[in-house]
Design a protein around this ligand. Structure first.
Ligand SMILES: C[S@@+](CC[C@H](N)C(=O)[O-])C[C@H]1O[C@@H](n2cnc3c(N)ncnc32)[C@H](O)[C@@H]1O
Ligand SMILES: [Zn+2]
Length: 293
């Protein structure tokens, strides 16, 4: 982890900064200490746990497989573009926090595009932080983002980060904690939230057993964010995916329905699909500026 990222972290127990040090162990002045797992992430939820259900190993594997095939690359591109436009005044290596980062795909895509707009650089010059409650997802996130600080942490709790330290917060199909996002963002920073459009995956909703997408999601999003943020920019994105039966099973298992679906029964249903099913992908990207504290 970069020393300048370590300096932004706060002990999840007492809120103090961690002591500088050469090794991966994080230790605060009160003696709370955390060692990195062998894959490189830290579990800050030790002892406390969380009441939320984390994505399972099978869900994380489906997510990684689906995203690796590039199906959501246009979304990654649009997300990076929105962050770049909102931070046009930013320093060269912005601090990007991904809340509910999952397998770290969007964090990787956004930070590599921010450091090199044509996406040619391998290493990212951004300072990256990821939170998620699923260690299965974060093992992959840590591998994909070796420079990032990656934490098992419940985003409904106070985030273990200093006030005003972050340039951007990303929330891609994940829970939002607007008060905490506002606290950690600098004035002029941005929170970008991605939500599905009602048209998202509609052609396979039935065969794949997907949960309904409620109407009025953006109105509820604005209402939830409104006390702490003002809307800066909103963009809709729709494109057509061409999915194999395996892709259809993966996209179902990686989402919220993955908590309930029986993978065997799902594969049996999807095996009846043609080799390539055209499917709508539809997203709303909403960028918010923090209101002055
Ligand atoms: C639908 S996935 C999206 C993951 C990632 N943003 C992506 O789009 O690839 C939702 C993620 O939120 C995580 N999650 C759910 N509740 C959470 C919480 N309270 N705190 C942190 N992460 C949470 C899940 O473990 C899962 O990885
Ligand atoms: Zn402490």
């Amino acid at each position: 982890m970069r020393a300048d990222v370590r300096a932004l972290l706060r002990c999840p127990h007492c809120g103090e900064p961690f002591q500088p040090g050469p090794g991966p162990r994080l230790q605060c002045p009160a003696g709370h200490s955390f060692d990195a797992a062998k894959q490189g992430y830290y579990n800050f939820l030790t002892g406390k746990g969380t009441s939320f259900t984390a994505d399972s190993a099978a869900m994380a594997a489906s997510r990684a497989a689906f995203l690796e095939r590039g199906h959501y690359a246009p979304l990654a591109e649009a997300l990076a573009g929105m962050v770049r436009d909102a931070l046009s005044d930013a320093e060269a290596d912005p601090v990007v926090v991904d809340a509910g980062a999952g397998t770290g795909y969007y964090l990787h895509e956004v930070t590599s595009r921010l450091s090199s707009p044509d996406h040619s650089a391998d290493a990212s010059a951004s300072r990256a932080v990821a939170f998620d409650i699923s260690k299965f997802a974060l093992r992959r996130a840590a591998r994909l983002n070796p420079e990032a600080a990656v934490f098992v942490w419940d985003v409904w709790r106070p985030l273990p980060l200093a006030d005003g330290c972050a340039d951007a917060a990303l929330v891609v199909f994940a829970p939002r904690n607007p008060a905490e996002f506002r606290r950690i963002l600098r004035p002029g920073g941005v929170a970008v939230v991605v939500t599905p459009l009602p048209s998202h995956l509609r052609e396979i909703a039935e065969v794949a057993g997907l949960l309904d997408i409620e109407e009025g999601k953006t109105e509820r999003l604005d209402a939830g964010m409104g006390q702490d943020f003002e809307l800066l920019d909103r963009r809709s994105l729709e494109f057509t995916l061409h999915l194999s039966p395996d892709d259809v099973a993966a996209v179902a298992l990686m989402g919220p329905a993955g908590h309930h679906l029986d993978p065997e029964a799902l594969r049996e249903r999807t095996s009846a699909l043609g080799r390539s099913t055209p499917v709508t992908a539809g997203f709303t990207l909403s960028a918010y500026r923090p209101r002055p504290v």
